[in-house]
Design a protein around this ligand. Sequence first.
Ligand code: DAH
Length: 345
Amino acid sequence: MSAEIFSKVHGVLAALQAEKIENAVDLEAFRIKYVGSKNEIKALFGEIKNVDNDRKKEFGQLLNDVKQEAEEKYESYSVTLEKNVNSRVVSDMDLSAPCQPVSTGSRHPVSVVMNRIINIFERIGFTVAEEREIEDDWHNFTAMNTPEDHPARDMQDTFYLKDSTSELLRTHTSSVQARIMTSQKPPIRIIAPGRVYRNETISSRSHCQFHQVEGLYIDKGVSFADMKQTLLYFAREMYGPQTNIRLRPSFFPFTEPSAEMDVFWGLNNDDDYRITKGTGWLEILGCGMVDPNVLINCGIDPEEYSGFAFGMGIERQAMLQFKITDIRQLFENDTRFLKQFSGVI
Ligand code: DAH
């Protein structure tokens, strides 16, 4: 009885040794037959119960050898076949040919500047709030204390949606202030980056769409000094540690008092003269203490809370930083222009 089973095992061994493996299909067939989960050798292990007791050990040993032989053959052919495949690829290749340039994408200069601004404010605890670009009249104007007869409300300046005088494309990110103040309780500390629209004639200096970053900080006891310090910190992070700022009195319906902030750009060459109109100073944002009317409109008690807000344009800052002379280039998506910013983060 034992002899018969032993010869069966020897038969399998001879067969697997004789098996020709020339390609991946042969290899897979070999694997299924001798290495896979239901292989022939495994089945033979079941026969051990029919082997005479004094030969059981010898039988086990033999089967293990056969199993190992199958696995080794499979392994070695896997490696050889793979090598052959690779060497074929290599031999087909002209290693001296110049490589195809890989064209990588790059960040848009507007995104670069926007991300820098976001980063700076995130470091001092502002979080990013994003809101809709199609706004209603209330959030864009009324809540922001902008009177009915304000020129910004004119069709000439604002894109109203078809058949509607209450739906419009937001003219500034200040509308996000109203959205946030009516949905969150103070303390509020947000920045709102995004696209805005104005019905302007397109020229090298202005466009009908552009980007702004809005800032809003509301809490108990927030003062003008807090605003000044925050904006000074921003200016120095953005334009260098030696940067000086100045605040000029101004007017916005939603802040009282209001100011415009300039950074000192320098007055060293003709370009500086042209860009700063001979003053050395460059206006970069509007700001002020949130008008009590705005707080009331949004359900916040101005006796308990105060806050500051600011809003700045991105394109102008991108144009200054990258010496871009025509705003239209920022929206044409000409890859020859955009490629120049590859690697800029
Ligand atoms: N919304 C103003 C604009 O588009 C910019 C601005 C000025 C925003 C003063 C503010 C602010 O939050 O306090 O021209």
